[in-house]
Write a new protein. Structure first.
Length: 261
């Protein structure tokens, strides 16, 4: 069996905000092509971890490596160009733009412009047509093509989640971070979400990392899970190992979850 290479690594990452340590000595290795999870109670440091990985925060200490390159201190736009994309816990769409326009905006990350082209609209040009075609293809992948001309704000919640993922995919990432993708979804929608995450992993040759409170999603789709509590990594392993870990049960899952599992 060929061992998969590491695609992303954090080395002893610590993030402090004044006297508050949101993340302490956080070290993980994410294998290429895997679907992995980061869980823990509210305030455990999960989104802080995503913000460090994607350049929204520069860590107080430690390093973030992606495909062997040091991304520490790079801004979000630079991290995105390197091949990392994300969604957000609170959906961040361009709500007054159409569904299609939202995805087209993501496409511009991989569309070089000459300096004199930037101030001018490119409607009708070959480049604009290519971007539109690419965006429509992505909307078909997330089953939103028929809503391409609708205002993004008018979409149902679950569709807005898929649109945000489509916009992230438009940047052509190799590593995709999903922050609570199942939030607000009913059981039927979460079942579809698990299949969807596997589909986009395979279809776009991605590595996927997600933050999620719905344990049906986490245990059903993730190959490896890390557990944070008060900014400290308290456990990691396969889903069965996490479910049986006394520290995780006490800090997060609870005996009720184990009884219902």
């Amino acid at each position: 069996m060929v061992e998969r290479e590491t695609v992303l690594e954090t080395r002893n990452v610590t993030m402090r905000f004044g006297g508050l340590t949101a993340l302490h000595d956080f070290s993980i290795r994410v294998l290429r092509g895997s679907i992995v999870g980061l869980i823990g109670p509210n305030g455990a440091g999960k989104t802080t971890c995503f913000n460090v990985m994607t350049g929204f925060y520069a860590p107080t200490e430690g390093k973030v490596l992606f495909e062997g390159r040091d991304l520490t201190g790079k801004g979000p736009h630079q991290v995105c160009r390197e091949g990392i994309a994300r969604t957000f816990q609170n959906i961040r769409l361009f709500s007054n733009e159409t569904v299609l326009q939202n995805v087209m905006i993501g496409c511009h990350v991989r569309t070089p412009l000459r300096w004199w082209e930037a101030p001018f609209p490119c409607s009708g040009t070959r480049k604009e047509r290519e971007i539109r075609e690419k965006a429509m293809t992505l909307l078909e992948e997330v089953e939103l093509a028929r809503l391409a001309d609708e205002c993004a704000a008018s979409l149902p919640y679950g569709a807005q989640r898929r649109l945000e993922i489509a916009r992230a995919l438009a940047t052509e990432p190799r590593f995709l971070l999903l922050d609570e993708p199942a939030a607000g979804m009913n059981p039927q929608e979460t079942q579809k979400l698990m299949a969807f995450i596997r589909h986009i992993r395979d279809r776009f040759n991605l590595t996927v990392m997600l933050i999620e409170h719905d344990m049906r999603v986490v245990m059903g789709v993730c190959e490896h899970i890390w557990v944070l509590d008060y900014g400290v990594l308290i456990a990691e392993g396969a889903p069965r190992e996490i479910q049986a870990d006394p520290r995780v049960i006490e800090a997060y899952l609870g005996e009720e979850y184990i009884a219902d599992a």
